[in-house]
Design a binder for this molecule. Sequence first.
Ligand code: ADP
Length: 380
Amino acid sequence: MVGGGQLARMTHEAGIPLGIRFKLLSDTRQDSAAQVVSDVVVGDYRDLETLRAFAQGCDVVTFDHEHVPAEHLRALEADGVVIRPGVEALLHAQDKGVMRDRLTSLDVPCPRHRIVADPADVERFAAEGLGGAAGENTGFPVVLKTVRGGYDGKGVWVVRDAEEAAEPFRAGVPVLAEEKVDFARELAANVVRSPHGQAVAYPVVESIQVDGVCDTVIAPAPGLSEELSGQAQEMALKIAAELGVVGHLAVELFETRDGRLLVNELAMRPHNSGHWTQDGAVTSQFANHVRAVLDLPLGDPRPRATWTVMTNVLGGDFPEMYPAYLHCMARDPALKIHMYGKDVKPGRKVGHVNTYGDDLDDVRERGRHAADYLRGTITE
Ligand code: ADP
């Protein structure tokens, strides 16, 4: 796996019971996954020769992020390296402009959008679309995104006028403008697809973001109609099949106030919105990603509890979270703690907790309490 973050760490963990030999290309020895994988190559994923040397002896190469340059992926494929997902699929997770155009051509509903050239063009975009499809927003605010390199809300701006629209253009990366969707909530439809074309769909989840960072994921999304949940799963399966995705695909969605679904983003790797599956599904997203990239039969995606809630643990003022385990474990013996081995910095995602049960309010409270206690924002 290329990339030494927590996704690689947890993918490695899922491969252990299967006896999968896992090799890692990591920026440093201290990265989350590099701490626990024995076969680590330290190197730069932006360097083709490093990638080539790393891929030697690998049956299959997969990724914990989407930042490996497409031209390097193409070169590896030309060398005969098996990359899963392949570059033609990955392009849609790398570039939001490519993704929007392709999904639109597949009739998958997306926010109104187009690439914009400069702040004056953003002003024109804001004014366009009047009389467009029902429910589309026109005028400011407009959402601007750099087409590449964004994560956790970085690379996304909500601008109220042309003057504010100047900032995103400074990076020198093409800028995508989108209508600001008036959403009721954010959902994610997670599916896994194998080279055989077998696919499984997890229950659709609600994902709650705070300051652009995923805070809580509730599985299944409370109160979501069977119709919308079926639509979301079908949309994700269609995207996976049409784009030729292999492995885990997360489709981030907006549920609009008038009951429509619009695709926000795609991720072709294990995803934060699927962490609940480690303790809440028969087969976790990580186990199924491993199976998919190895072209093994996929595992059962069904839930194991009525409700499972994943709550992210962010860093607080205390560098050491271990002392907080005492209280958290004693208070809630069913709590599942997943820490990433990262240095604690304020606001940084350093782990998550999973809670599950029949009473959603209780399941959410237990997750919230543990995450806040680990962070140090509550002391009892
Ligand atoms: P990232 O690359 O950081 O994941 P996203 O495209 O997912 O970027 O955007 C981050 C967040 O910004 C979303 O989760 C959503 O809350 C908000 N957002 C993004 N696009 C829109 C939009 N078109 N309308 C309204 N909110 C949006």
